[in-house]
Design a protein around this ligand. Structure first.
Ligand code: PRX
Length: 570
């Protein structure tokens, strides 16, 4: 652990929601956060109510809930408008048979419709299943078919990537636009909304353990697994919004993630809206000018993004940054992959602000290890455990290790936002809890004497490229569908910009030549059928793949070790 040459960054002066970490950590109990919620009176709850309707009931209906920007297009929706629109949409979904516990998949771009669809589905007790907008046929199919999804909300563009003929469980496909955009059998939401009178009191009150959202996430083996969260997650999502995002009444908050990733749902929708913040939704892809313009135009005060995005902005240089007035910013946070100390220093030097790293996972449902605005940052560290959370680094037998030793990053169970289940996969769910009382994350870490936690890598083959979690098996399965490929193995290769890139090692079938054109075609094949973010950026042709002697399983680790050695020799 090389932390000696990195200078620590003390907190900036400010009136933060959490002022004294040590003090709060020593006595905090989650029941304190629970007091905030209405279910303390009735026993029943609904995340959509707590995010939207409650604020209207409490007199904040005219406050801006959502500020959308995409190129020249721009508009705002108040909490009242979001309430009315989601009540109406929920009425239509209910009319079409969506009921409590049903999964409603939502495959839409980063656009208000996506956010409204999520809230509407949750209002009637359904489980929202947002899908990342860059998914192609196979990725969409794997997820919907795994839980035999019956309902899907999409638009006429992304809808083309839904392989209906391979999804017999799908009963209804709702298209956000008018009837002219619908193919046979699809339902136009626009037309349905025009013809349906909005039901009053549409909220389905559920208990805290009821299903809320499902996110498919990749591991090192098998296809993506459906991680299901419960409404109780709101306790921690509210509290982290208050303490970690430090949200206050006047904040304009921008989380750059698409709701198809857990960050885009939890910290793009639930957490800020539970705290009654105005959220910014920026359509379109990453582009330095448009991102800076969004901050300037919307006067963003709190900004949550990922290391790859910060590195890309850093690479664009100060000339670009200086063209924009970014003085509205007061708090910046990061998640998803290791945040390099250089990036934190860049933030401090060019924006005058520290970047606060946070650690959590799809399975954990909310932030667990954090850098708080009121505390010192040790660049290179993900921070310290949130009050209410106990973290340890365990050895292979589940015994806690002393500071300075690398081991398995584990969290004491339970906590309010921990996943409810892995969809129809009890075995997988259990695999996260190999030692009684501990959730084992799959990350390797080390804790220092002050309780700061440093990420050291993964204990499995999962790939993290640009903060996006990629399962090697999913990519390998797609690769071997290509006629030229006999065998494939995929690893994460360290990359200065993206953290890791997907690198594939392939064995060609007889009759195929190692030509650039073929490699390009293979990359395109994965991009078009699975997803652009999962497609290899590098392919190496090999004679054979390293395998275990007994079971013949591919040894990705050996390929990774070779790759790391090559890099270190350069
Ligand atoms: O390896 C860790 C990495 O991302 C994994 C979780 O990925 P996902 O479920 O997609 O959730 C991402 C955002 C909530 C972790 O097991 N990771 C997440 N945050 C950090 C991180 N690695 C290093 N530093 C972080 N701050």
């Amino acid at each position: 652990m090389n932390v000696l040459n990195r200078y620590h960054l003390p907190p900036e002066k400010g009136d933060y929601n959490l002022k004294n970490y040590q003090k709060i950590y020593s006595h905090f109990d989650w029941s304190e956060a629970e007091k905030h919620f209405s279910w303390k009176k009735t026993g029943l709850v609904n995340m959509a109510y707590e995010c939207i309707d409650r604020h209207v009931d409490e007199g904040y209906g005219e406050k801006t809930a959502l500020y959308y920007l995409n190129g020249n297009e721009e508009y705002k929706l108040t909490f009242r408008e979001v309430k009315e629109k989601t009540d109406h949409l929920a009425t239509v979904l209910k009319k079409h048979g969506v009921k409590k516990g049903d999964i409603v998949f939502i495959f839409l771009p980063k656009h208000p419709d996506c956010y409204l669809a999520m809230i509407a589905a949750i209002k009637i007790g359904a489980i929202a299943g947002p899908l990342f907008e860059a998914f192609m046929e196979e990725a969409v199919k794997d997820r919907i078919s795994d839980c035999e999804g019956k309902f899907l909300i999409t638009d006429h563009i992304l809808g083309k990537r839904v392989p209906k003929h391979k999804l017999p469980s799908l009963e209804k496909i709702f298209i956000t636009g008018g009837p002219e955009h619908c193919s046979e059998g699809e339902i136009s939401l626009q037309a349905e909304l025009e013809n349906t009178v909005c039901e009053e009191n549409i909220i389905e009150w559920v208990n805290l353990e009821a299903g809320l959202n499902i996110h498919y996430t990749s591991g090192s083996t098998g296809k993506p697994k459906g991680i299901v969260h419960a409404h109780r997650a709101m306790i921690q999502q509210y509290q982290t919004g208050k303490w970690v995002l430090d949200l206050k009444e006047d904040d304009i908050y921008w989380c750059t993630a698409h709701p198809g990733w857990v960050t885009g749902t939890v910290y793009g929708i639930f957490s800020p809206w539970l705290n009654r913040a105005t959220i910014v939704v920026n359509g379109g892809r990453f582009q330095a000018h448009s991102w800076y313009r969004t901050i300037e135009k919307a006067k963003v005060t709190v900004w949550y993004s990922a290391p790859t995005a910060f590195r890309m902005l850093m690479a664009e240089g100060e000339d670009v940054q200086k063209q924009y007035d970014l003085s509205s910013l007061r708090h910046i946070l990061s998640v998803g992959e290791p945040l390099n100390p250089e990036v934190i220093y860049w933030g401090k030097e060019t924006l005058g602000l520290r970047i606060h790293d946070t650690w959590w996972m799809t399975e954990t449902g909310a932030q667990l290890i954090v850098n708080l605005p009121s505390e010192t940052i040790k660049p290179g560290s993900m921070g310290r455990p949130l009050p209410g959370i106990e973290v340890a680094v365990l050895d292979d037998n589940g015994a806690p290790l002393p500071p300075g030793e690398v081991g398995h990053l584990a969290i004491k169970t339970p906590w309010p936002s921990i996943m409810k289940e892995v969809w129809k996969n009890e075995q997988k769910y259990k695999s996260y809890f190999p030692f009684p009382g501990w959730y084992v994350s799959g990350d390797l870490a080390v804790i220092d004497e002050d309780g700061y936690i440093f990420f050291q890598g993964r204990s499995d083959d999962m790939i993290n490229s640009s903060g996006e979690r990629i399962g090697p098996f999913e990519v390998e399965s797609k690769l071997i569908e290509h006629p030229a490929i006999a065998e494939a193995a995929v690893i994460g290769k360290p990359d200065p910009l993206r953290g890791e890139i997907v690198k594939a090692f392939i064995v060609l079938r007889k009759g195929y030549q190692a030509e650039n054109q073929l490699l390009e075609e293979i990359i395109k094949f994965v991009k078009q059928n699975l997803s652009a973010h999962a497609a290899p950026r590098e392919i190496e042709i090999v004679e054979e793949l390293p395998k275990t002697k007994i079971s013949g399983k591919i040894l990705r680790r050996e390929l990774k070790a070779r790759e790391l050695q090559k890099i270190s020799q350069r």
